[in-house]
Design a protein around this ligand. Structure first.
Ligand code: PBE
Length: 268
């Protein structure tokens, strides 16, 4: 079939990201749900996936990647999610903030700011577009804060300044987390905290909060993408709710010029 030859051109390979990403678990589920036995899910990293995607686009070649939004790639390229009638990748979901148990008593000011923190896809995209253009993480977050002072005051106005206190944030290097964690770090520094940020793998983000090794994180994709991680520690953390509600989505993503619209079209 025609689909068969396009699949051959892609070596029956779907370009994934790091093995610890929730999107990889859902992609494995899609392989089962849609009987993609001939296909292989290749793990790499967000950066390597983007490099392969951009190379394919430059050459107008077919490619299927594990993709998600909010992410700047949808602003820079004409891309589409493949339909997922079996919901292997779930429904659009939230991005939550999680704190360690006891943070509310120990650092009520930080807790309240994290609790208040919420924004929109457009807010996140402003920062992620800057990051894609090579702007430094802290500068990109500071630019956004400078342009959104009213919104930020809404998170901090009821909170007193602190002195000599430390807050430890954990994060991965997925770009949406870089946006949210850097904004939170700067806002917490602004009211007086010393903020320590530690880059870890996804699984360690969850265990660090559960063990109390870190105070908080801003990148829990729930209920689905990080459901497996979350279920293991949900009784040992404090869920502060979403900073982005109902607008986080994962799936298989292809360039618009490709002739397929559904994951079902990958069956050969
Ligand atoms: N992501 C971005 C992550 C969550 C944030 C979709 C790549 C994941 O799949 O776990």
């Amino acid at each position: 079939t025609e689909e068969g030859s396009v699949a051959e051109e892609m070596d029956y390979t779907i370009t994934g990201i790091d093995p610890g990403a929730g999107i990889m678990e859902s992609a494995e589920q899609a392989f089962e749900d849609y009987d993609l036995d001939e296909w292989e899910l290749q793990s790499s990293s967000e950066a390597a996936m983007i490099a392969e995607l951009e190379e394919a686009i430059d050459n107008e070649e077919p490619i299927v990647v594990t993709g998600w939004g909010p992410h700047w790639k949808f602003n820079s390229h004409d891309l589409k999610f493949l339909d997922d009638p079996d919901l292997s990748f779930g429904e659009p979901e939230d991005i939550h903030k999680l704190a360690r148990e006891g943070l509310q008593e120990d650092s009520p000011e930080a807790y309240e700011i994290l609790d208040n923190f919420e924004w929109t896809v457009e807010d996140m995209e402003e920062i992620m577009d800057d990051l894609n253009e090579g702007v430094d993480e802290i500068e990109a977050a500071q630019n956004w804060i400078d342009e959104n002072e009213d919104q930020v005051s809404g998170w901090t106005e009821s909170v007193d300044d602190v002195e000599g206190e430390t807050i430890e944030l954990v994060h991965t290097d997925w770009i949406d987390l870089l946006a949210s964690v850097n904004v939170m770090a700067l806002v917490l520094e602004d009211i007086g905290y010393d903020v320590e940020m530690t880059l870890v793998e996804a699984s360690h983000m969850y265990t660090a909060i559960a063990n109390g090794d870190a105070d908080a994180m801003t990148g829990a994709w729930l209920p689905r993408t990080h459901g497996t991680y979350y279920e293991q520690i949900e009784d040992e953390v404090d869920d502060l709710g979403p900073h982005l509600e109902g607008k986080a989505a994962i799936g298989l993503v292809v360039p618009e010029y490709m002739d397929i619209d559904s994951i079902e079209d990958l069956e050969v």
